[in-house]
Each structure stands twice: as C-alpha cells, then as structure tokens.
Design a protein around this ligand. Structure first.
Ligand code: C2E
Ligand code: CA
Ligand code: CA
Length: 842
C-alpha cells in the first residue's frame, strides 16, 4: 500500500470533483437534516450519498477522520461525488478502490442490498459498509476502523501457529459472536461456506448451521469461553453447508469481550473437510494396502522398488526396508523363468498390462507360484513412470488343484490310476502306436470269487486284500506299462509296443503266477485266481472302445470259469453287431409280412407218392438276397420274435393246405411246420395253434408240428406242452432225431407220431458203416415205439435204396425237390394227383 494514498478515506481528492458539483439536493431540506442527525448517531465515519453517488451529508466522525487525513479532507462534504473519488483512486491502483466503486454502484442500482469490504489503509484496517438509505434512493457509506479486530485475528493466527494448529492462510472461518451466541459479523468466505447471503446477519445464532449432533458440544465450548475473559477453546465441529452436505470445521473461539476494540467472542478456523477426507483415505489406503492378501510393489523407471506393502514381505521374504530403493534384479525376486519375465515386461510395455501365473523366486531362492496383475503406472501430475505389480500367492490353490487332479485320476483305495486315467493313457499310447507301429493291449482282470472273500473277512480286510493284490500286480508290470484299478476287484494292465498280441499272454501268465502265492486270510491260507479279458489295438484304435472290448472279453472269460484268459474276438464282436442289426430288420419284415413260406415235398419211399410238405421259412432280404432260416432263426429266438414268426409260417402253411385240399379234396396231404424250443416253452402255444387252424378251416390232423429232439430235452415242460398240442388234433414229429441223445425211456413219455431222422446220418448211408448202424437202429426203435419214420436230406438213389431196405417209410430231400414257393409246390401236388389217378386207373 502506498502511504500517500488514502483513497477510501473521505475527503481525499475531493477538490477535483467539487467544482463540478453545485448544490447538494437535500442539503437544507428537512430530509437532509434528518439524515444528518441519523448519521451522527453512528460512531464510525459515515456519509449519505444520493442516487448519483454524490455526498449529501457526512457525520461528525467522517469530518473528524477527514481532518485527520489532511487539509483537503476538511472540505469534504455535501456535493462531492464520492463515486468519482473512488474511481479516481481506482485509476491510481489503490487497494480496494475499484471494488468499492463497484460495490457502491451495485447498492445504488438496487442490484445488491448492501456491500462490505475490508481494506487496509496506511497502518490500519477499515471495513467499508454500503447500505441503502431508506426511501431516499441513496446509500449510506460507513468506514469502520477494524484495526484492533484484525489485530485480534492476527494474534489468534499466531496463537494457532504456536499450537501447531492447521492454519489456513485464507482463514475462511471468521465470525464475531456475542456472549449469547448471536452472530454479529462473519466473513464473506464463512458466509459462502455456510450458504448464507454474504454478510447479511439477521439475528442468527452461531448454532444455526451446526450439525444438530454437535450443537451441545458447541454450546458447552462457547459458554466455557464466554465465562473467562481471554479464554480460548478449540473445537472441531460439523456444519451443514449451503448444499446440505456436512463439512468439518476446525475452529478456535477466543473471548475478546473485554477488549473494547472487539467486544466479542472471535471465532476463527478453517474448513478441514477435504484435508480430513484426504487424510482418512490416505490412512485407510495404507492400512488397506497392508491388510490386502495381495502383494503390491511399485517400481520406477529404473525398476527400483518405490512401494512395497506388508504382503510383499510375506510373499517375497523381504521387508520394505530391504526392498525399497533396490531393483528387482538386485533383489533377485520375480519370475523364475527369464523368458516369462521378458514376456511380462514386453506385454506391459506394449499393452500397458499383463496378468497371469508364473513361478516366482523368493529372496531365499525358494519358489512360490503366484498370480500377478502387472500394470504400467504413469502419473503425469507427479511425473512418475513405473510399474505396479499386484501379486497373490496361489500355492494353496495349486496344491488343491493338483490334489483334485490326482483324485480325479486315481483310485482312492489303491492309489492306482483309475478309469479316466487309463483312457487318457490309452489315447496317448494309441497315438504313439499309430506313429511307431506296435500293438497296444489292454488286459482287464477281475478276481475270481472276490465277493466270497469279502463276505468271509468283511470289507475292511477285503480292502486290504485289494491293496495287496495291487502291490502284487505292481511287481509284475514293467515300468512304462500302466497298472490301474477300475474299482471293486477289477484291475487293468495297459501294455505298449508289443510285437504281437500273443505277447500279452506272457503278462497274463505272470499275473496268474503272482496271484497264486498263498496268503493268510481269515485264519486260513488262500490263493487267488483271476479271470482276464484282453483286447488289442487290432480290434480298435479308440481307447474307450479298446477298454470296453477287453471288458467284454473278461465277461466271456468269467462265464467260462475261473482263471481264464480270453482274447477279445473282433469277428465275434462284428457278428454280434450284425445280429443286432438283423434283429431290427427281421422285426420289421415280420410286421410288414415280408417273410415267405416255402414248401419241400415229403415222399413215400416205397411208392414215390407225395405224402406232404414241410413248410420252411424264407426271408427275401433287400440287401442280402433270399435268406435261409439258419441265418435268422436263432436271431428271432434271441430277440423274442420267434413266436410271431412261427405263427406266420403256420398260418401260411394252413392256408396253402386249405388251397391244395380244395384242388385235390381226397388227397391225404400233410403239412409239417417247425416249432422252436422257445415256442414250446410258451404256454399259449397250443391255443394259438388251434386258433390258426380253426381260422383257416383245415383239418388239424393234416398239420404236423416238428419239434427238435434237443428242444424236447431242453424244455422242462416239453411233455405236457406236446400233450396240449396233440389235444388240438395236430400230429407231432421229433425233428433232427439222433442228434439229441435222448433216452428211450424219456422218448416214451412224449406223445409223438413221427420221427425225422437227421440228414447228418442219411448223408453217410451206404458209405459210412456207423451211419448205417445208427439209421437202422433208429428205424427199428421207431418201429418198436409205433412211430412213423421220415428220413431227411435224401440226395441220392443209393440213400433211397438203403432206406427202402431198412424199411423207412417216408423221405424228404433234394432227390425229389428242394423247398419250393407255394405255386411250384402246387404244381407238385397236381402232378402227384394225376399220377394217383393214373395208378388207380392203371
Ligand atoms: P430242418 O427242420 O431240419 O429242415 C430241413 C432243412 O434241411 C431245410 O433247410 C431243408 O432245405 C434242408 N434239406 C432238405 N433236403 C435236403 C437235402 O437233400 N440236402 C440238404 N443238404 N439239405 C436238405 P432250411 O430250409 O435251410 O431250414 C433250416 C432249418 O431252419 C430247419 O431245419 C429248421 O430247423 C429251421 N426252420 C425252417 N423254417 C422254420 C420255421 O418256420 N420255424 C422254425 N422254428 N424253424 C424253421
Ligand atoms: Ca424240420
Ligand atoms: Ca430236420
């Protein structure tokens, strides 16, 4: 401040403007006198200005101050343009002059109700106050000397400094309050902070803006201060700002009531909200950083550590003290693998970020698996360029993972690889075998009778046995081959690189040998045997299929008895699949009526006359051509289709017989239909046969049902079944006789009409002495039982002659005819009929 300039002091520079201003408008008016009297009531120098900013009236204090300011001030008075004085001072760049002029104008124009400004002048402080002048349209300007107040403030600031209080140079909090707490004055910043109109103080108390929760505390502090002159009290208070948000104030109240210059309690302080918040978050951050299960390490451009939290100590084994200021390389920590370390650095440089797992080196050289997020950290504000790495120790997870992986691939009882691992292993082995040649084999092994061992000794000791077996097997399986435990008492040995499949028998033999070692079990010595099924990569190149093939071979071995080794037969397997396919097609053929019934003549051996036909089923297969029954009868039996098939053939046979009997009503024609063992076992057979015959309207005694000798032997209720059939009126023949070794005594129990001698014996007639003997015995037997004999499969006249000689009545075979479709059989019937007529005629 330039000492010469005292622009705000009334009167200074007034001469310059006085000449232009003629008479004060209200100078001698009554209103003017009133104004003068009012002004005189004010202690501080005050002047009334008209709407143009000219002085109407000044009070005594104004005059006095003006006098103090110098001779020029004496002339200060009505008619001078105070605004012009201010503007001039502003031009001379005097403190506060420009603001004062603007403030006065804003009040004069009505834009603001009042204006205040603290300004220094010479060694003193003044407060300019501009308020409207009632109904006159002018303003009252007061210059309050606040020097002592300012000094009090200063004293407080110094006091604060001395007490190391947070001191804010801007002193946003400044208020004067009375003993009663009523606010007399507050600084503009305080007003703004509290969201109050600048310096309008209308009887508010100091507590109005204090958070209700803090009011009591504030009141206590105030009364404590108020009770002792000179006392100070420091409180932290929460106030609610103009936007309804809580703010923390750190204030000091000082009792200067006794000081005539101040006569108030001075409240100073600052808004510490931001600082406090920052402080809290800094505190929290550092706390958080250290409770985090994550190591956080920040390195600078030189890769030197600049930040290191507690967890980093735990992971890398170095304290912050040891780590800070040293480079990662110097600390010998970080990725174990140099390549990995390069990869991480490159990724961070290129993309700003890398995350992943790696094995980290600790300071003591040990290794810890970790997961890291590594990020570039660039802070232009503080000019920092570095890298932050957040790292967690994942050893627990790794351990768990490997445990889980182990459990997933191993049998818990024996610790041996389980099925999943076998499959994994086989995939690899088969791939290797495909590349290098050689055979991969799977040997499935199942202890014989393990169930009874378990029953004998209980499950706990049973498990012991399994563990012992695992150990024994382990002793014979070469390294490189795999021994696995599929669960229960099933084990697997996988061998690679065998030259041929038979080599696996060597392994099988060794296994059987090692199990033969007797061991004590439940007080007695026992030995074990195992059944084994073997499959080789010849049967399948798929691990899963290979294992299943070995298991199916094992089932065959088990079925065949103890201690057997069975090799999976690919051909048999193929056949089984084919049969399955055929069964499906056969079922469809039956329901869609695609099967055909052919007929083969049966002839009287002596006369050569037609005796009847045997009905034989045929399947005209769309792909395989005409299929003979040997290819599908067994399949029909296995798949429960034989009943339907049999009744189809019986119906066809009955219908054909009906048609033939229409043609040649007096012909003694018989039609034979084959009945399988399965049908015989079906208790509904007789009634279904009866229904069919009835439906076709043919005489039952012209139908003969052929049952094989072996079917009779295999069917427990065969005798009663045959009796039930016979009761319907049909004839019964024992088919393929001589192959079933039936005893005479049993044969006698069956109600039988015909014996069909199997073609196996007929084929050797006249050439095979044994066959001659058998056939002659059968013929004699039949005769003695009162049965009629039919010889099957007669192909030559020699066979025919021999049978004739033996006294066999009927014959059937290619010598006369192969099985024929119905139309051709009908021709046969016609021919025979003609012959009969001729013979009868001749
Ligand atoms: P099977 O009952 O012994 O029938 C006679 C078989 O011998 C027939 O074979 C016939 O063609 C054949 N055969 C006849 N004469 C000669 C000959 O001189 N030499 C030779 N080598 N063979 C001769 P097919 O038709 O192939 O039938 C085979 C078997 O299928 C039958 O043997 C029978 O057991 C069964 N079968 C046929 N049709 C049916 C049927 O409808 N139901 C049942 N359950 N089984 C049937
Ligand atoms: Ca037959
Ligand atoms: Ca036969």
């Amino acid at each position: 401040m330039s000492p010469a300039d005292q622009p705000m002091r009334p009167g200074v520079g007034a001469e310059a403007t006085r000449a232009r201003n003629v008479q004060p408008p209200m100078a001698s008016s009554r209103a003017g006198i009133l104004v003068r009297q009012a002004l005189d009531l004010i202690d501080a120098p005050s002047a009334a200005l008209d709407p143009l900013g000219q002085i109407i009236e000044v009070n005594l204090a104004w005059d006095a101050t003006a006098r103090l300011g110098g001779a020029a001030a004496l002339t200060t008075g009505a008619g001078v343009s105070y605004l012009a004085i201010c503007d001039m001072a502003a031009g001379e760049d005097t403190d506060g002059a420009a603001e004062s002029a603007a403030g006065i104008r804003s009040v004069l124009s009505g834009a603001a109700p009042r204006f205040d400004l603290d300004y220094p002048c010479a060694d003193r402080w003044y407060s300019l106050r501009v308020t409207t002048l009632g109904g006159f349209g002018g303003v009252i300007v007061t210059h309050l000397d606040i020097t002592s107040l300012k000094e009090a403030e200063l004293r407080l600031q110094q006091e604060e400094r001395r007490l190391h209080l947070p001191f804010d140079e801007s002193m946003p909090i400044f208020a004067l309050i009375g003993e009663d707490g009523v606010v007399r004055r507050r600084s503009p910043t305080t007003s703004r902070l509290l969201g109050l109109e600048v310096d309008v103080v209308l009887g508010e108390t100091a507590f109005d803006r204090i958070d209700p929760a803090d009011r009591e505390r504030a009141a206590i502090a105030l009364s404590a201060v108020a009770s002792t002159p000179g006392a100070t009290e420091r409180v932290e208070l929460t106030v609610i700002d103009g936007e309804g948000r809580r703010r923390q104030l750190d204030v000091v109240a000082a009792n200067l009531l006794h000081d005539p210059d101040v006569a108030a309690i001075v409240v100073t302080g600052s808004d510490v909200t931001e600082g406090r918040r920052a402080q809290i978050s800094r505190r929290l951050e550092s706390r958080l950083m250290n409770v985090l299960p994550t190591s956080v390490v920040v390195t600078d451009e030189r890769r030197a550590v600049v930040y290191w939290n507690d967890r980093a100590t735990a992971i890398f084994g170095l304290t912050a003290d040891q780590a800070l200021g040293r480079t990662v390389a110097e600390l010998r920590i970080g990725a174990l693998d140099d390549e990995r370390s390069d990869e991480i650095r490159a990724a961070v440089l290129l993309r700003g970020r890398w995350h992943g797992e790696y094995d980290a080196r600790r300071s003591d050289g040990s290794v810890v698996p970790v997961h890291s997020i590594v990020e570039r950290l660039d802070d232009e504000d503080i000019g920092f360029h570095g890298i932050v790495a957040a790292t967690v120790d994942i050893s627990d997870r790794r351990r768990l993972e490997s445990e889980v992986a182990y459990q997933a691939l191993h049998d818990p009882l024996t610790g041996l690889p389980n099925r999943s691992m076998v499959l994994d292993h086989l995939d690899g082995a088969l791939t290797r075998a495909a590349l290098r040649g050689g055979i991969t084999t799977v040997l499935c092994l199942d202890l014989d009778d393990f169930g009874s061992i378990n029953e004998l000794v209980g499950h706990v000791e049973g498990d012991e046995v399994l563990r012992a077996v695992a150990a024994l097997l382990g002793s014979v399986v070469y390294a490189g081959n795999m021994l696995a435990h599929l669960g229960g008492d099933a084990f697997v040995v996988c061998c690679e690189d065998l030259v041929d499949a038979s080599a696996v028998y060597v392994v099988a033999e060794k296994v059987l040998q090692v199990l033969k070692a007797p061991f004590r079990l439940g007080g007695e010595l026992r030995t074990l045997t195992a059944s084994m099924g073997v499959a080789t990569s010849v049967s399948s190149r798929n691990g899963d299929a290979l294992l299943r093939n070995a298991e199916s071979a094992l089932r065959v071995a088990k079925g065949a008895g103890r201690g057997r080794v069975e090799l999976f037969d690919d051909v048999a397997h193929q056949r089984a699949r084919q049969r399955h396919e055929i069964a499906g097609q056969l079922e469809q053929a039956i329901t869609e009526g695609e099967l055909a019934t052919w007929f083969q003549p049966e002839v009287d051996i002596v006369t050569g006359a037609l005796f009847g036909f045997e009905a034989l089923v045929r399947w005209p297969h769309p792909v395989r051509g005409l299929m003979a029954p040997d290819e599908f009868i067994a399949i029909a039996e296995e798949n429960d289709l034989i009943g339907a098939l049999g009744s189809l053939v019986l119906t066809d046979a009955c219908k054909a017989l009906g048609r033939w009997l229409e043609l040649v009503p007096d012909h003694p024609l018989t039609v034979s239909v084959n009945v399988s063992a399965h049908q015989l076992a079906d208790s509904g057979l007789a009634s279904s046969v009866e229904q069919t015959i009835d439906r076709c309207g043919v005489p039952a005694d012209r139908i003969c049902l052929e049952v094989t000798e072996s079917a009779l032997m295999d069917t427990p209720a065969a005798a009663s079944a045959l009796r039930a059939l016979q009761a319907t009126g049909v004839k019964i023949a024992i088919d393929d006789f001589g192959t079933g070794y039936s005893s005479l005594r049993r044969l006698k129990r069956f109600p039988v009409d015909f014996l069909k001698i199997d073609r196996e014996f007929i084929a050797g007639l006249g050439t095979d002495d044994e066959d001659d003997v058998i056939v002659s015995a059968v013929v004699n037997l039949g005769r003695s039982l009162g049965l009629r004999l039919i010889a099957e499969g007669i192909e030559t006249t020699e066979q025919l002659a021999a049978l004739d000689e033996l006294g066999c009545e009927y014959g059937q075979g290619y010598l006369w005819s192969r099985p024929l479709p119905e139309a051709e059989a009908t021709a046969f019937v016609h021919a025979d009929h003609r012959r009969r007529i001729e013979t009868a005629g001749g």
